[in-house]
Design a protein around this ligand. Sequence first.
Ligand SMILES: NC(=O)c1ccc[n+]([C@@H]2O[C@H](COP(=O)([O-])OP(=O)(O)OC[C@H]3O[C@@H](n4cnc5c(N)ncnc54)[C@H](O)[C@@H]3O)[C@@H](O)[C@H]2O)c1
Ligand SMILES: O=C(O)CC[C@@H](O)C(=O)O
Length: 526
Amino acid sequence: MSKVLVSDPIDQAGIDILTQVATVDVKTGLTPAELIEIIGEYDALMIRSGTRVTQEIIEAGTGLKIIGRAGVGVDNVDVPAATRRGIVVVNSPEGNTIAAAEHALAMMLSLSRHIPDANASVKSGEWDRKTFVGAEVYKKTLGVVGLGKIGSHVATVARAMGMKLLAYDPFISTERAEQLGCQLVEIDLLMQQADYITLHIPKTPETTHLINAKSLAKMKPTARIINCARGGIIDEAALAVAIKEGQIKGAALDVFESEPLGESDLRSLGKEIILTPHLGASTTEAQVNVAIDVAEQIRDVLLGLPARSAVNIPGFGPDVLEELKPYMQLAETLGNLVGQLAGGRVESLTVRLQGELASNKSQPLVVASLKGLLYQALRERVNYVNASIEAKERGIRVIETRDASARDYAGSLHLEATGTLGTHSVTGALLGDKEIHLTDVDGFPINVPPTKYMLFTLHRDMPGIIGKLGSLLGSFNVNIASMQVGRKIVRGDAVMALSIDDPLPDGILAEIVKVSGIRDAYTVTL
Ligand SMILES: NC(=O)c1ccc[n+]([C@@H]2O[C@H](COP(=O)([O-])OP(=O)(O)OC[C@H]3O[C@@H](n4cnc5c(N)ncnc54)[C@H](O)[C@@H]3O)[C@@H](O)[C@H]2O)c1
Ligand SMILES: O=C(O)CC[C@@H](O)C(=O)O
């Protein structure tokens, strides 16, 4: 049975799913050294934001197949290191969207009405109404930085509260922003004009200290800023100075450059600042959502199924996977087959999506073709995660093309590989939506289902060849399960595809090509 380590607190709903397929150990609060010591025993690791999964931990996790982040941000996982090792990294892109958006909105209203300090004051026995005079958000301008899932929900609710909306997101269309009632502007204008600014962007090299002394200086002295996205997007030292010196009115932070927050000037500020300990996703509903979402993906991957929200397999979104799932096995089979026909060292692979398939996303099928192509060299070490990297490191040139006009099957996939044995091609399609059929080998039409052991010959279409080959295989005790010839013209060149019951014995290929009329022979194990 597989073993899963859960190293951060996860809702029981997730643990229950994992125990369907694995032994689950919940060990929270491990030091990095403790984690490194035990991670080698596990097939999967499930975390929240508390565990930092470094390259060292990934390298020690020799049996890891999947790392599941019960949340959105995977910035606590060294994703490139996991990708190189073929470990799939999954998250829950939507499970805590509402929770995080509502936390940001709560922060905005709490800042405006001084709720935390007013509450503390009453609890300490005071009745001070003057100190806590607030401001309305109605008719004020909210600047949303990052108009993705969380930013969009914040914008929708803020609009309903009567706020005017500005948004900065270089990757969002004007139409989408307009749909949400936002005017898309440059960051400088947003900083200058907004009364409230709320951040909903990932932390990347481009967004680190996006909000710094210079940009804070552009804000109105009455403006407030909220960060429920990621620590480090705001330069905390510069923020503390800006608030202390009255350059801006206040801030609310849920996330910090270093968590847990240690010694910090931010703690000494008064009612102008609200600090929460990374609570954006901490609602009962969100924790159930993310735990189920990620545990289901870990379960699926441990059962050999694809994950629906893998962050390191580009293009493998749930909708795309659903549509392409039947074709993924086709692509893998064709990749494996053409790789063996072309010989060990493949220089280039062309993947052509034909017919109805031409309108689909090609990336998953290219990845699946590469996985098949590299299978002979890498066996179980190659998977959807690392197939592209492995191909790149081997210098394999990958070309993607489309031919919507190909009409022989509803959708078919054509692969052409050039390697040490020359250039070879195979085409395949699905019959009845799931049965794989080879429909063409090296340009010769055939119609055979691929089988574990196959023999292909290129020969002259002339009387006697089939008999001679059959006798030769018989003399080596090779049983033929099925055989089909594909030819373009009578008595021209032809391809023979044979399914055989066992692997071909050593030395027989050399005998086959001695048969008069047979030019080439290739054996394939799928
Ligand atoms: N505080 C919490 O507990 C908590 C909970 C959930 C999510 N988060 C964080 O909230 C953030 C947003 O999450 P989401 O689910 O909305 O993500 P998302 O991917 O749906 O949206 C992010 C948006 O940021 C935009 N963006 C990327 N780079 C940008 C840049 N340089 N400048 C401006 N915009 C840029 C993208 O185009 C996208 O629209 C993430 O950092 C996530 O980790 C925090
Ligand atoms: O695990 C958490 O509580 C935080 C999650 C949040 O930061 C996220 O990115 O999803």
